[in-house]
Design a protein. Structure first.
Length: 433
């Protein structure tokens, strides 16, 4: 039986979705600002359109705050399918720009919501690390500590830890190995695994979408300025820091320091190895790695599900199921959580591992909205032999969503049968005696 601990939280990552999805229409009830953004941006080619929407969202952030900006994004995602396909990346942009050096981390973090896989939370953590400098053990271990004591904060704890992985990876100039070592400073396996998941996600997303919002914090130009300062006047710069320097400059310095110390840049993906970087890592990292790995596989093979499934079959014995969970997550993202399309895509995988693909789909369904209705609905539509695994996966998600055992037990009652409810409760760590 696969360990439930290994699955917790780690598939809560973006499904790399197509930006070619068509469909742009103006739904009723949009705010005036959202309508203006839609009209200004919708006819542009995608890369320009994403920049246009991002600028409008950040204007809303500056003028009305995090909540209003997220509400605008939700409306734009309903109006433009291309926005929806990149909605998690855009929530990162809102979070990154919500935090400024000197602000209290928990105050800004608390303004975010779970919208679009909770990317706002992750962005705040990214900006915090770039703003505060070298993430030593005290900083790494202490950042998410406010959410440790109360089980009711488990969802926020995961978002903080996952964002920590993003932030460490970005801080170290997307040198994955250095980021993983930062995650190793955390005390518990669950916390470390949650952090690893964010690091692997940042590694692959930065590789396939290098213009995503985090890149602005560590731009090449700023990095070169930091290197020049180190070579010609680093001591003076250290003695008299610029009081107006923000997250951007700290991130550039982190990149420059890594290069100055002779650290080779980390290669995010390799076209000749669909299992890289998992293939070079120690076992402790492989669960988190394989739960993200199909995003690299599908990018390299032009979204060939059958080919990715074949590659997953070649994963090490202990992590083959995780690879298929990753494939389900990517399918969910690619199909924009369409129940029928996601099921049909998973049915391209070998039957003996298909249940794990379905598990990845429902985990992502839950993650997108932090609700369970769509996940249980999906489980009802698949082959009967795969339903127990699907419900167990739903239970694993409930363990993160619900702090109290009674809440998890009650949520599992949405299962079709008592047998399936038992599988759900098993995944949710509900006592059955």
């Amino acid at each position: 039986m696969r360990s439930h601990v290994r699955g917790l939280g780690l598939v809560m990552a973006i499904g790399i979705a197509s930006t070619t999805c068509g469909g742009s229409s103006l739904p009723p009830g949009m705010s005036a600002g959202a309508v203006a953004a839609f009209e200004a941006c919708r006819e542009l080619a995608w890369e320009e359109r994403q920049g246009c929407y991002e600028a409008r969202l950040l204007d809303e952030l500056d003028g009305a705050g995090v909540g209003a900006s997220l509400e605008m994004l939700e409306a734009l995602a309903a109006a433009d399918m291309a926005v929806r396909s990149q909605s998690h990346v855009l929530t990162h942009a809102i979070g990154i720009n919500a935090y400024s050096p000197g602000e209290t981390f928990t105050d800004v973090f608390g303004e975010c919501t779970e919208l679009f896989q909770s990317g706002c939370y992750h962005g705040v953590v990214q900006a915090y690390f770039i703003a505060t400098g070298e993430p030593n053990q005290e900083v790494v271990a202490g950042l998410c500590e406010p959410y440790e004591a109360d089980p009711a904060d488990r969802w926020l704890l995961f978002q903080c830890l996952h964002g920590l992985g993003h932030g460490l990876t970005m801080y170290y100039g997307h040198h994955l190995l250095m980021a993983l070592e930062g995650c190793d400073l955390l005390a518990t396996r669950w916390n470390r695994d949650s952090c690893y998941g964010g690091a692997f996600m940042e590694n692959v997303v930065n590789a396939i979408a290098p213009h995503h919002p985090a890149a602005a914090l560590v731009s090449d130009g700023a990095a070169m300025d930091a290197m020049d300062a180190m070579e010609g006047g680093a001591e003076e710069a250290a003695e008299a820091p610029d009081p107006d320097a923000g997250a951007h400059d700290h991130g550039a310095m982190a990149m420059a320091e890594g290069m100055a110390e002779g650290v080779e840049p980390f290669e995010a993906m390799r076209a000749d190895d669909p299992h890289y970087p998992c293939s070079i890592l120690d076992d402790q990292y492989l669960t988190a790695c394989y739960l993200m790995q199909t995003s690299a596989m599908l990018w390299l093979n032009d979204w060939d599900i059958a080919d990715a499934a074949s590659s997953c079959r070649e994963a090490p014995d202990g992590w083959r199921d995780d690879c298929f969970v990753s494939l389900g997550r990517d399918i969910s993202g690619r199909t924009l959580q369409d129940e029928g399309d996601a099921r049909r895509e998973c049915q391209k995988t070998p039957e003996d591992y298909r249940e794990w693909c379905y598990a990845g789909v429902v985990k992502n369904f839950v993650d997108v909205t932090a609700t369970t209705e769509a996940g249980f609905s999906f489980c009802r539509t698949i082959e009967d032999w795969a339903k127990p695994r699907c419900h167990e996966a739903m239970g694993e998600e409930l363990y993160v969503l619900y702090a109290d055992e009674a809440g998890r037990r009650g949520a599992c009652e949405a299962s079709e049968t008592e047998e399936l409810a038992l599988a759900c409760r098993r995944g949710a760590r509900v006592r059955t005696d």
